[in-house]
Structure formats: C-alpha cells, structure tokens
Design a protein around this ligand. Structure first.
Ligand SMILES: [Zn+2]
Length: 124
C-alpha cells in the first residue's frame, strides 16, 4: 500500500527524533505537521489511517496528525487554464498523469509533488 510505506518512513524518522534525550515529551501534547505532495498518496484518509496504525504503542501514540496535502495542478495548453484539482483526480501511479481541463475539457498534463515536503513535530 502506497500510504503505508510512506508513513512508515515518516513515523520511523519521527521516533528517531524522539530518542534524543534533549527532546522532552513528558506530558506534552504532540502534533505532527506533515506536508505531502498530491501524487505521493492516494487519499488523505488512507494516510491518516496508516499513521494511526503505525504510532500505536509508540511514543507518538497520543500525537495528532496535521496533514497538509499539496494540490494537483493542471495546466491546459488549449485555453491557458492553470489551477488545482481535487484529491483523487488522477491516479498517482501514472507517470505522466492527465485529466480533462475543467474549463474546456481538453486532456491536459497534471503536475504535483510525489514526495514528503516537510515533517514537523510540534510539542506543546
Ligand atoms: Zn482548457
């Protein structure tokens, strides 16, 4: 599963950070701010689910996930439209994803990031 593998890496790196004795998580509220590209995942819901499964029984068990998904951008050569598309508009497995232009219907290239843009751990 796409999201699971991605989140496995994210959770692993966060837990490594928490091993640092300088990081005091005692009684702290933890928020994980994760920014991923739209083509890195299939759905935000599946990503959240993977996170919940992966943090069970770890130091991140009580943390909250603040997931920010960068949008997909469609650029139409026909009418010049350039704008974001909703989640799931294209299959992230496709190498050169295409979708119909919302303005004129021409099949146009869609771009988006395929990776993790940033991971931040916020302690309150
Ligand atoms: Zn167009």
């Amino acid at each position: 599963m796409h999201e699971y593998g991605l989140m496995e890496e994210v959770v692993k790196s966060l837990l490594a950070k928490l091993e640092d004795p300088a990081v005091d998580t005692e009684g702290a509220e933890m928020e994980v701010v994760l920014k991923v590209g739209a083509l890195a995942i299939h759905s935000a819901a599946a990503t959240r689910q993977a996170f919940e499964v992966l943090v069970k029984g770890t130091k991140l068990d009580k943390s909250r996930l603040n997931l920010i998904v960068e949008p997909l951008i469609l650029s139409c050569a026909g009418c010049g439209f350039q704008g974001s598309l909703p989640e799931g508009a294209v299959d992230p497995h496709e190498h050169l994803p295409l979708a119909p232009c919302p303005q004129c219907g021409a099949i146009s290239p869609v771009t988006g990031s395929r990776g993790v843009e940033s991971i931040e751990l916020v302690l309150d």
